[in-house]
Design a binder for this molecule. Structure first.
Ligand code: GCU
Length: 847
């Protein structure tokens, strides 16, 4: 019996299995031919002997890294800089300690967390502006040598911005909002965890990418974080992360004084409320003297906030700012404030306007230690958005950009989507404030444009207990690149990826590994955009549900405002000032003029700013129609990711067995789910527009498919699904009851004799592990179980829909005209072994 492709767990016996836990900090030993020419210092002098200091950590990490990479353990001391012998040593410390120890090199002026670094000559010198900077320098050196780079370099580097934080959306009960990689490493059963091993390991990863702060609990915050027991736990977490230079902060629930503190109000101007927060803050700082700050989601998506009392958002933010001010803390106040009950039938309503509408007039009102944290686009982490115009409005208030490493709308880490190219569309955007260059990453978030001291980045990250941290080995490149971009928003997407790949899959210097991961990753976001929502229409997922599979009809006719305004004639949000929601007018004049004009707006953002007929032609009238582009793009996107499994499979033997198989499994899954997306979206807009696909693919019977509803059924019945477009041919079959074996059967008369891949499309629900076996005549081609709930981390559903739709493929099956295909199934609980179709695919056909 043959297993499906993705179940073929073979031991390749190449390298010892790796589970991903060390991520890009594996320090795999370099091959002899590289080491032979390497100059590696034999000793390390870390200029601080206090065990909790990041410089002390740097010493240990250097020792560990060099041992890993070279197989030789250098000596580690904390003094003796002046007695260095000629055999080469590494000195690591702050500018102050280095100078005191008699350091010879002239260190240029450094910004906070910056470092100076030299590998020229026999010695390596790593000098940080502060302890954290020194540790970053140590990681820089280790990253170089782990990639086999022993060249002599000397340079200083400084961060683009002081705030480089991650936000965890971890709940106290141990679940993670938008988490796809297991339970929280911070909390369980409403308390902080006692075993901090993973927390410490995570701090090490964050430190290596120069992240200096972490908010450990969900923005939808539970006040029980403030119990004495949990504050003590918070102190322990901070203690574990401090040696890595990562400061800990927390999200607060605005209504805590009432819901948790027993007051009868949470009005931010009420004296008892102010006193309550001052007292809590004192208790927090008793446990965490260097607490990074508070993160506040207020008056948003049903969360309590100052608007409850007709106070302004600035009143709300300043309440906390004044509480933390004496301790040097800051408040990250989220700009994600909008009304999720706006009326759809008002053409002029627009959720995208909310942030500027709420914050613009408050620019003078925020205290200096408030940072307004703004999502990259005005809606919500969509596959493409125009940049948030709020970055152009807050001239006096500090701002930070919120990015999402968690792939909430972007395939939930079950689809490979390398995000830096998407992030760069926003970071590189020139807002032209006052007609001057104002690139969001280079000018606004560095503080240059408005002459600000505080600014930076917050990345929403959903690491969990899964060994791979994010559930997917390849998704880790997004976390790595987030840190790199926060340090340098102009960092090159492909170059970061190559570093990450060498560190994650090295020491092989095999170009095939580098090129394959680069080719797949760089193609992944454009492909995902193609098959999920192009031309700026947003990710056409189920926006009121799991945000995972296709469900375009969920976008409109509700109060959430993620609208496409698709109807029988046209599609897109009219955000013009002239005729629409006036959102284009929220941008500075030069940019507004571009977005106002349908001809000037880039096609990528066409439907973000304009409502056009389906027959509107792209590329200034020279290109295909919008509807034809929809069809073509969805087909092209699915075709691109269909190449991923074979690209990856060509690396067999070059990647250790466990990671090879785990990555392959996800890529095969993605290729199948991309077809689910392609078909659902194409079908939906064909139905909506009534305009046929010029290339005849959409809405016609698929030439290589046998629909389950057309097969001979035994123990099965034909049913519809919701949404209708989540089923090929609009129908599926499910077993009549939920415990009796059943089968479907079809005689294959329509296909010429030949070798085919056979794909079975079915639905994998959670709460059930149905069994399936596919036979050709009476020969078993393989068996599988509907157990994706155990293998993938996307938000699971109980429904037969675009989230649960999936495929399994059996390759290279010899088929003769008249052969009989049979699928034998055993339903399990709610999983009624639902089947959609079987595709019999000649080589090269993607369907
Ligand atoms: C999205 C996400 C929510 C989250 C919210 C936020 O809407 O789906 O889970 O709470 O953003 O950023 O606050």
């Amino acid at each position: 019996m043959r297993s499906p492709w993705f179940l073929a767990f073979l031991s390749l016996g190449l390298v010892t299995a790796e589970d991903g836990r060390n991520a890009w900090l594996r320090y795999a030993q370099l091959p002899d031919n590289v080491l032979r020419h390497a100059r590696v210092p034999k000793s390390i002098i870390a200029l601080n002997s206090t065990e909790t200091s990041p410089v002390f950590t740097a010493g240990l990490e250097l020792q560990k890294g060099i041992r890993g990479v070279t197989g030789k353990t250098p000596d580690l001391t904390h003094e003796g800089y002046n007695n260095r012998n000629g055999s080469g040593s590494i000195v690591v410390g702050t500018v102050e300690a280095y100078t005191e120890a008699g350091g010879a090199s002239q260190i240029p002026e450094l910004d906070e967390d910056g470092f100076w670094f030299s590998t020229e000559g026999d010695n390596v010198e790593i000098v940080g502006q502060n302890e954290r900077g020194a540790l970053y320098g140590a990681f820089e050196y280790l990253s170089m040598i782990a990639q086999g780079n022993f060249t002599g370099v000397a340079y200083a580097t400084n961060p683009s911005a002081p705030i480089r934080w991650v936000n965890q959306w971890d709940n106290l009960d141990g679940t993670i909002e938008r988490g796809y990689a297991g339970l929280s490493i911070f909390f369980e059963n409403n308390v902080t965890v006692s075993n901090l091993t993973r927390v410490t390991e995570y701090a090490r990863l964050l430190s290596s990418i120069r992240i200096n702060g972490i908010v450990i609990n969900n923005v939808n915050a539970n006040p029980i974080l403030l119990t004495p027991e949990n504050l003590a736990g918070l102190g322990n977490i901070a203690d574990a992360m401090r040696p890595w230079g990562v400061k800990v902060g927390i999200s607060l629930n605005f209504a805590s004084p009432q819901d948790f503190g027993g007051l009868d109000t949470f009005d931010p101007l009420d004296q008892s409320v102010i006193a309550w927060w001052a007292d809590i803050t004192k208790k927090v700082y008793e446990k965490v003297p260097d607490m990074a700050g508070y993160l506040i989601k207020a008056s948003s998506e049903g969360q309590p906030g100052p608007l409850t009392y007709n106070r302004t958002l600035a009143d709300g933010a300043n309440l906390f700012a004044r509480a933390v001010q004496p301790y040097g803390g800051i408040v990250m106040f989220r700009a994600f404030v909008y009304d999720h009950t706006i009326a759809y039938d008002n053409w002029y309503n627009d959720r995208a306007n909310a942030a500027v509408d709420f914050f613009r007039d408050l620019d003078a009102d925020f205290d200096d230690n408030v940072v307004v944290q703004i999502k990259y686009g005005p809606i919500d982490f969509q596959v493409r958005e125009a940049p948030s115009p709020l970055f152009a409005h807050l001239r006096h208030t500090a701002t930070a950009m919120e990015l999402q490493v968690a792939q909430e709308y972007l395939g939930q880490q079950c689809h490979l989507v390398y995000l830096p190219p998407l992030w760069r569309t926003v970071l590189d955007f020139d807002l032209r404030v006052d007609g001057q260059q104002s690139i969001i990453g280079a000018d606004i978030l560095t503080g240059k444009t408005f002459n600000k001291k505080l600014s930076g980045y917050a990345g929403v990250v959903n690491v969990g207990r899964n060994a791979t941290w994010l559930g997917s080995h390849l998704a880790m490149s997004n976390l790595y690149a987030f840190g790199r971009l926060a340090w340098d928003p102009a960092a090159d997407s492909a170059a970061m990826l190559r570093d990450w790949t060498r560190l994650t899959f090295g020491p092989s210097d095999d170009e095939a590994v580098l090129n394959t991961i680069e080719s797949m990753s760089m193609a992944s976001w454009p492909a995902y955009e193609n098959y999920t929502g192009n031309l700026g229409v947003q990710t056409l997922t189920d926006i009121t549900g799991p945000h995972y599979g296709p469900n375009p009809q969920s976008q409109d006719h509700n109060g959430w405002g993620q609208w496409t305004r698709a109807d029988g004639e046209g599609i897109g949000m009219d955000r013009t000032v002239r005729n629409g929601t006036a959102n284009a007018g929220q941008y500075p004049a030069e940019v507004a003029a571009v977005f106002e004009d349908v001809a000037a707006t880039p096609d990528d953002l066409l439907l973000w700013f304009h409502h056009v007929p389906y027959t509107h032609r792209l590329r200034g009238g020279e290109g295909p129609t919008v509807i034809q582009h929809f069809y073509d793009a969805h087909y092209a996107g699915a075709e691109t990711v269909a190449t991923f499994p074979a690209q990856w499979a060509a690396l067999r033997g070059k990647i250790d067995a466990q990671r090879y198989e785990e990555v392959l499994f996800r890529l095969v899954y993605q290729a199948g789910h991309a077809i689910v997306w392609r078909d659902a979206i194409s079908e939906f807009y064909l139905n909506m527009s009534g305009i046929a696909d010029e290339r005849g693919r959409v809405g016609r019977p698929h030439p290589w498919r046998v629909e389950a509803e057309d097969m001979e059924l035994d123990g099965y019945r034909v049913t519809a699904v919701t949404p209708f477009e989540a089923a090929s041919g609009l129908r599926i079959v499910q077993t009549v009851d939920n415990s009796t074996a059943a089968r479907v059967r079809a005689r294959l008369r329509q296909f010429p004799d030949g070798v085919y891949d056979v794909a079975v499309a079915y639905y994998d629900l959670y709460e059930g592990r149905a069994r399936y076996e596919l036979f050709l005549n009476d020969r078993s081609l393989g068996a599988w179980v509907g157990d994706l709930e155990d293998r993938l981390g996307y938000t699971l559903t109980r429904g037969i829909d675009g989230h649960s739709a999936t495929r399994v493929t059996f390759r290279d099956v010899q088929i003769r005209k008249g052969d009989v295909l049979r699928i034998q199934t055993l339903p399990d609980g709610r999983e009624t072994a639902p089947l959609d179709y079987v595709a019999v695919l000649p080589r090269g056909v993607v369907d």
